[in-house]
Design a binder for this molecule. Structure first.
Ligand code: TYM
Length: 329
């Protein structure tokens, strides 16, 4: 039995990139009966400015979205990161075991800090907190999209450093990334970039809460190229290939089967077909999300339960860390 941990930031609405790269896999792992622990990582989200007036409702919204996608709070531990104070405490200990040079080389840090005049310390320490998340639950496997690989490697590195210094304590966590293109779904506006919550143009991503009309509009406007035939070539034709990736992920049809099915269709017609597939897949999820958000008290109760269960695990690891480091007897 594997112990699975993963997290998602409440910085916006869950989009299809998060869904394909991570959340869908989380549900599969839950269904396979593994120990599964998922966190809405609010402390990570404030490494970049968030509006205090909306952050809390975004946290509830993200938790509800995960449940709507199939995470079952009875079987999975689903919790809000800042409710479990051990994350921030353990972050400190791990921070004392790593170097500025190692953190400064991480690609996500370089990307996010490049456009900033002043870089917040939190952005720098971000992957250390992520390692604390993973190790506190002694996770063996971490299902994420491709963009998180280096962060999981850092967590494994810190586990090794801790074990060497203080004696064997942590198993090394492994990342689980889809090795097909769903590990890196692309933006509908700039198909060479990943689909992301932070891209300014909302037409670049399909969100779980989008109405069928919005989905149709976004897919109709998706950037493709001047070739009208539908075939898969992610290097030369990233736009249409990205649509085929979604289509393949939602229907299980291979790229060859899709190509055969689309003989004679142009990319404009193909976009309508993909829109239909996406709309039908998201319809029940969106309905469930609406239903969950109508009963806030129930949702808050589920998160209370999740926090208590997470706390019990985290507190036991933290007590062991304190002993090993010499902070307690
Ligand atoms: P976040 O919130 O940016 O994204 C959540 C998950 O979605 C994946 N993802 C994608 N997958 C495929 N294609 C895309 N276009 C795409 N965009 C996002 C991400 O890889 C991620 O798996 N640092 C993490 C949150 C985190 C975490 C953790 C993850 C905090 N602590 C511990 C695992 C374990 C993040 O920013 O995810």
């Amino acid at each position: 039995k594997k112990t699975i941990f993963s997290g998602i930031q409440p910085t916006g609405v869950l989009h299809l990139g998060n869904y394909f790269g991570a959340v869908r896999r989380w549900v599969e792992l839950q269904e396979q009966g593994h120990n599964v622990i998922f966190s809405v990582v609010d402390l990570h989200s404030i490494t970049l400015p968030q509006d205090p007036a909306t952050l809390h409702s975004q946290i509830l919204n993200m938790a509800a979205s995960l449940i709507a996608c199939g995470i079952d709070p009875a079987r999975a531990v689903l919790f809000q990161q800042s409710r479990v104070s051990e994350h921030a405490q353990f972050n400190w200990v791990l921070g004392c075991l790593t170097t500025l040079a190692r953190l400064g080389h991480l690609p996500q840090y370089k990307e996010k800090s490049a456009s900033l005049k002043e870089v917040p310390l939190g952005l720098y320490v971000y992957p250390v907190l992520q390692a604390a998340d993973i190790l506190l639950y002694r996770a063996t496997h971490v299902p994420v999209g491709e963009d998180q690989l280096q962060h999981i490697q850092l967590a494994a590195h810190l586990a090794r450093v801790f074990n060497n210094k203080y004696g064997r304590t942590f198993r090394l966590p492994h990342s689980m990334v889809y090795d097909d293109a769903t590990g890196r779904l692309r933006s509908l506006r700039q198909p060479t970039k990943k689909m992301s919550k932070s891209e300014a143009d909302p037409r670049s991503r399909i969100e779980l809460t989008d109405t069928p009309d919005q989905i149709l509009e976004k897919l109709k406007k998706a950037v493709t190229d001047h070739t009208s035939a539908v075939y898969y070539d992610p290097e030369a034709r990233p736009g249409v290939s990205n649509l085929m990736t979604m289509h393949n992920a939602l229907t299980g049809l291979s790229y060859d089967e899709i190509r055969a099915q689309c003989e004679g269709k142009d990319t404009g017609q193909y976009k309508l077909l993909v829109a239909d597939v996406v709309i039908e897949h998201l319809r029940p999820i969106r309905q469930e999300l609406t239903r969950l958000l109508e009963d806030k008290a129930h949702l808050v109760g589920l998160l209370d339960l999740g926090a208590a269960r997470a706390k019990a695990i985290a507190a036991s690891t933290w007590a062991e860390v304190r002993r090993k480091v010499g902070l307690s007897e």
